[in-house]
Unconditional design. Structure first.
Length: 261
């Protein structure tokens, strides 16, 4: 069996997978809400009052994408259950137990370090924040969505920057087209919200925080996936396979765009 070059870094309840110490991937995939069971920390740390919902099977999906798109992608995985450390909100709302502050800070510092490393080698990188949803949104077509792309109504992507390298503008629309070409149903918000009510799928704290990282990020896109896409189903899930194939094509294509002037 062929194995991939891989460096694994484990610190502060975070796992980082990179192709090798001397390779900086163009795309960084973050997984925030597929951590250890909340009962592991019961009686050790004080939990928050918010419900703890696990985005089931997002981390295994990210690792399959890591294998398929190597060496152009890296993974940053938060092992803490969100009942104790919620990394997708601002620090004041992230934890109740002050002893957990360091774990929250370490996760975001790791992302910043990987962004800087990639930018130094490749130019602007792309962040994909992988999530799962259970209930379909109100604005759903017949059959529902397979994937929802959150960008804060396009505030976390570059749209028309003349100094952005060829192929790195409008990455949300490029990703939408790639996923739809594979047969998946995708919702990709425009610049203006469809409704005035807050949209829980339109991108959280992580992509908003790191997309403004001194021009080092071409796009930060939150992908919400229906369970029917995440489920492994003994290797027979066609939607899951289509998602990995489309994402791999997208990642390899935009990685090639870094070489274009």
């Amino acid at each position: 069996m062929t194995t991939l070059p891989c460096q694994i870094i484990h610190r502060n309840f975070g796992l980082v997978f990179t192709p090798s110490p001397d390779r900086a991937p163009h795309v960084i995939v973050t997984v925030q809400h597929c951590g250890l069971g909340h009962d592991i920390f019961d009686g050790i740390f004080e939990p928050s009052d918010s419900p703890s919902v696990t985005d089931l099977k997002t981390f295994p999906l990210a690792m399959d994408l890591f294998r398929a798109a190597a060496p152009h992608v890296g993974i940053i995985y938060n092992q803490f259950n969100r009942r104790y450390v919620e990394t997708n909100v601002q620090p004041t709302d992230a934890y109740r137990d002050e002893r957990l502050a360091g774990y929250y800070d370490a996760f975001h510092q790791e992302i910043e370090a990987r962004i800087a490393q990639s930018f130094a080698v490749n130019g602007p990188c792309t962040i994909i924040d992988l999530h799962g949803f259970g209930e379909q949104p109100a604005h759903v077509p017949p059959g529902g969505y397979d994937a929802i792309l959150g960008t804060g109504n396009r505030h976390t992507v570059r749209t028309a920057e003349p100094n952005c390298r060829a192929g790195l503008n409008n990455l949300d629309f490029q990703l939408r087209d790639e996923l739809e070409k594979s047969g998946l149903s995708v919702f990709c918000p425009a610049s203006d919200p469809a409704r005035q009510t807050p949209d829980p799928f339109n991108g959280g704290y992580l992509i908003r925080k790191h997309s403004v990282n001194a021009g080092q990020v071409a796009a930060a896109i939150q992908i919400e996936l229906a369970y029917r896409v995440r489920d492994r189903a003994d290797g027979t899930n066609e939607k899951r396979a289509a998602f990995i194939e489309a994402m791999t094509a997208f990642i390899k294509r935009i990685s090639g765009s870094h070489a274009a002037k």
